[in-house]
Design a protein around this ligand. Structure first.
Ligand code: ASP
Length: 367
């Protein structure tokens, strides 16, 4: 599995002083407990599941530094969906994050196509866009679909044109960093693009492409060998117990143009309802679509009375694994219970740090 070891692990919520007890909580998996920055605590399997804290925002590992932005909105009395979208927008804007928005890795033709969705738990309104080019803030675009149309989902060039009409800026989303990795991927996989990875000129070609930077070459080779990309997941709950969530991604790198993953599919990549919980998924999207993962977890919570962590584990560690799907979810209930369940870490899902610890993003009012 290259950089990542394929092993089961769990993360849940464990805040502040409770970190010391983290090891004890991981009967089935890797030990988890890490602090990314002053505002972020990480995680234990069972944490404060019974009676969580509010307000709270959670994210996949690539969101740990932006949750504070959403928390400011919650503390100012703002809406939970606005808080989640404001947070992920910062990552979409970042050219150095090649999993989402500007700088996302492209499809097989070198074109960046983005997918995103949002769902507002208090009203169960939703919006989504898929296969959108040239607009980087697709979580905001999905929210605009929700707010300004009678539709839930708009795709492809229609979504781009809708964005332009609504005042979104058009731009080239392919950064030099992502273009070079794409070129290297083509050279490795396509007969007509030389040199292939088995060619004596491969190393020379890579050195030229990345100006001899060994770290960049190793990163590009890793991205070529393991093409699953990242996604950013973000969920929020306010003091009133209103939940909302968003999922935004550049999808599977090197995908066939027009391929749509789970991230923009309401019920698969995202679901939010004040009657159960909010869920956002990341991983091999085709499996998440087939299982309707996000909605399935909400149904287990609502109709079977399961705890949110148990419901997430049931779907990720039983149903998803039965189909051999990779990935996981973050989830959040109206009373502030958090759940994190992954069967593989991926590049951005839950960051595996030295010493075998895992970080996800949790930001609550106590920090
Ligand atoms: N779920 C995303 C997709 O299939 C990719 C990911 O989360 O890494 O498009």
């Amino acid at each position: 599995m290259g950089l990542w070891t394929r092993r089961k692990f769990f993360v849940g919520s464990l805040v502040g002083g409770a970190l010391a007890g983290a090891g004890r909580l991981f009967g089935r998996g890797l030990e988890i407990a890490e602090t990314m920055n002053a505002g972020v605590a990480a995680s234990g399997r069972e944490g404060p599941a019974a009676g969580g804290t509010r307000p709270v925002m959670i994210s996949s590992a690539n969101g740990v530094n932006v949750l504070g932005k959403g928390m400011e909105i919650l503390k100012g009395g703002g809406d939970t969906l606005e808080a989640a979208v404001a947070a992920v927008t910062v990552v979409e804007d970042d050219p150095n994050d090649d999993s989402v928005g500007y700088g996302g890795l492209p499809n097989e033709e070198g074109v960046v196509e983005l997918d995103a969705s949002v769902m507002h738990g208090p009203t169960r309104r939703a919006g989504s866009v898929a296969s959108v080019g040239k607009i980087k803030n697709v979580a905001r675009l999905a929210k605009t679909v929700m707010e300004r149309t009678n539709h839930v989902m708009i795709v492809g060039d229609g979504a781009r044109r809708f964005g332009v009409a609504e005042g979104f800026e058009e731009m080239n989303l392919l950064t030099e960093h992502s273009r070079k990795i794409w070129l290297a991927w083509k050279a490795k996989t396509s007969f007509n693009w030389r040199p292939g990875i088995d060619s004596p000129e491969w190393k020379e070609h890579m050195a030229r492409l990345f100006d001899g930077d060994a770290e960049k070459i190793a990163y590009a080779e890793q991205r070529i060998a393991h093409p699953i990309t990242g996604t950013i997941n973000c969920l929020a709950v306010n003091l009133k117990g209103e939940v909302s969530g968003t999922t935004t991604t550049s999808g599977l790198s090197w995908k066939i143009p027009g391929r749509v993953g789970d991230s923009p599919i309401i019920g698969a990549g995202t679901y939010a309802s004040n009657q159960s919980c909010a869920v956002s998924a990341t991983g091999s999207g085709e499996y998440f679509i087939r299982l309707g993962v996000a909605r399935e977890i909400c149904n287990l919570v609502r109709f079977k009375g399961m705890k949110v962590q148990d419901a997430a584990d049931e779907v990720i560690h039983h149903e998803l694994e039965t189909l051999h799907g990779d990935g996981g979810v973050i989830a959040l209930t109206p009373d502030g219970q958090t759940a994190f369940s992954f069967n593989t870490p991926g590049m951005f899902r839950a960051r595996l740090t030295e010493g075998g610890k895992i970080t996800v993003g949790i930001y609550n009012d106590e920090q």
